[in-house]
Structure formats: C-alpha cells, structure tokens
Design a protein around this ligand. Structure first.
Ligand code: GUN
Length: 296
C-alpha cells in the first residue's frame, strides 16, 4: 500500500495559526515581536530562503527586516552588523543566512551573536544547552523534523531513528534532540555518515529514517525496510530543461519507489522545507516571550 504523505505545509499551517495568536498577545502587552535576517550576496537558494522567512514573518505578525549586504562585504563589516543587531531592541532575534563568502569565518560570526537573540540555535552556548536538555532555541530544521513526527502522529519515543548525515545544522542536532529523556524524543538513534561502511545495513534497521546528506536520491528503495517512516531533509536543485526555472527540487530519497514501501514519507518540496521556516518563527516568538517575561 502506498505511504501516507506527511505534509509539512499542513503541519506548518497549524503551527503558524498558534504563532499568530501568540504574536497578537505579545503586541497587546506592548512587546511586538521582531526578527532581522542578514543576507550577504545573492546566492539564489539563499535569496529564496530569506524571501520565505520574510513572508512567513509578515503572515504571523512578526516585524521583519531583511538586511542585504554586498557579496564582497568584509568579515569586519559583517561582524559590525551582528554587533548592531545584538544591541537593537526592535529585534528579539536575528540570523545571518549561511553560507557566507569563503573568506569569512562563519564560526566567528555565529559566536558573536547574542545567545538570547540566536533564533537559529547555532551559538555554542545554545548547542551546549540543547545537548543538556535545557530550554534554548533549537536549530530550525531538526526542530521541524521532530515537530513533523510528533504532530504527524509518528512520535519517536521508543523508536529506532537512523539519521543519515552529520552536519552541524541537521544531523548532529537532530540526534541530540531525539536522545533526550522526554516525551517527543526518547529515541534510540544511529547516526550514519560518509565514513559508514555498508549504509544499507543500518538503514534497514530503522523505524524512522531521516535522510540529510545533501546527495540527490541517495536513499534507494532497497535501503528502506517495509513500513518505515521516511523523512527527507534534502533540497537539491537538479537541472530540468522542462521546468520554467531550468531546475527542479529533489530530495535525498528516491521518492517514487520508496513511497510504495514506506508507511509514511515527506515530499520534496512541501515536507521539511516549510517546517524550517515555521520553527524559525517559533524561536522568534519564544525569544520575544522570554524577553517580555512571559516564559522562562
Ligand atoms: N542556510 C541553510 N539553512 C540555514 C539555516 O537554517 N539558517 C541559516 N542562517 N542559514 C542556513
């Protein structure tokens, strides 16, 4: 039987309705939530992500500013912008869209962001808190994966989750979130990566398989056990002369054959993608609520 499609659009819409109410409550109390997004250069994928973030903020009632900096901005100029935003009370949170130009030390930029305003959850202080299970902004894409599972009715508690990919943005933080001792986590987690021999031996043991390698259609049907829940984090642009933009998006999962085997699967686009933006909005609202003293 074909898999249930887990819609990131539907789960996102549900969360965004909740966030609209929280934004309205903050405004009533005189704490309008604010978000700034710094974009350096004009990488097309980054422009598209940043545009989606601005639209989502507007829809929810978050005051948003996109700060566009030239592609040849120096590290010092970017650090100065971060410093300005740390001090600017209009913004409860901000982020610097990655990747940055090669000559910029992204670690140095992230380290300068005030942990209270770090709505990406990338600052080492927040990474440490996440690992220890303390309240903190959680990195948006893995946070979105967890919300998709929990709200989609595929809670990870007691399940074996196999994560393919060990990036700082997805694989590592997702594993850290899923092993926490609390409801909506409590998973047994295996993390596979480029140095894993015989990947299939591990993926075949998954109750929940998360593909986050950034390699188009790397997960094939013979790597997926019957009845598995498959979450595809991949967003890969592949050339397509028939498409208006000259490319189309494919995930890290070979979707068509796998949907005949899995019990549930996320599509690309329309799966994890919208969740990433929604969780950024969640982190912004939470940062505003914390600043307003509404939550600890
Ligand atoms: N580039 C790709 N994903 C992300 C993200 O979640 N945050 C930022 N700042 N840049 C990204």
């Amino acid at each position: 039987m074909a898999a249930t499609i887990i819609s990131g659009k539907d789960v996102s819409a549900e969360i965004r309705e909740e966030l609209k109410e929280r934004a309205a409550r903050l405004k009533e109390k005189g704490h309008a939530p604010g978000l700034a997004v710094v974009l350096v250069g004009e990488d097309p994928a980054s422009v598209s992500y940043v545009t989606a973030k601005g639209k989502a903020a507007e829809e929810i009632g978050i005051f948003e500013t996109t700060i566009r900096m030239p592609g040849d901005s120096s590290e010092e100029e970017i650090l100065r912008q971060v410093d300005d935003l740390n001090r600017d009370d209009r913004y409860d949170g901000f982020l610097v869209q990655l990747p940055l130009p090669r000559y910029v030390n992204a670690g140095k930029v992230i380290n300068l962001i005030s942990p209270d305003k770090d709505v990406d959850g990338f600052h080492p202080v927040n990474v440490g808190k996440m690992l220890r299970g303390e309240p903190c902004p959680l990195p948006c894409t893995p946070y979105g994966v967890v919300q998709l599972l929990v709200r989609g009715g595929y809670g990870p508690d007691g399940k074996h989750v196999v994560v393919c990919g060990r990036s700082n943005i997805v694989g590592k933080p997702l594993a850290a979130m899923l092993i926490q001792k609390r409801k909506g986590a409590n998973a047994t987690v295996t993390v596979c990566h480029t140095a894993t021999p015989d990947l299939r031996r591990f993926t075949l043991q998954a109750d929940i398989l998360v593909a986050a390698m950034g390699v188009p259609r790397a997960i094939k049907a013979d790597m997926v056990p019957d009845g598995c829940v498959v979450i595809d984090v991949g967003v890969n642009r592949v050339p397509d002369a028939a498409a208006a933009k000259g490319f189309r998006l494919v995930g890290d999962v070979d979707f068509e054959p796998i949907k005949e085997k899995a019990s549930a699967i996320t599509p690309v686009p329309g799966g994890v993608g919208p969740m990433t933006v929604t969780m950024l909005m969640m982190n912004t609202i939470e940062a505003a609520e914390r600043k307003a003293g509404l939550i600890s």
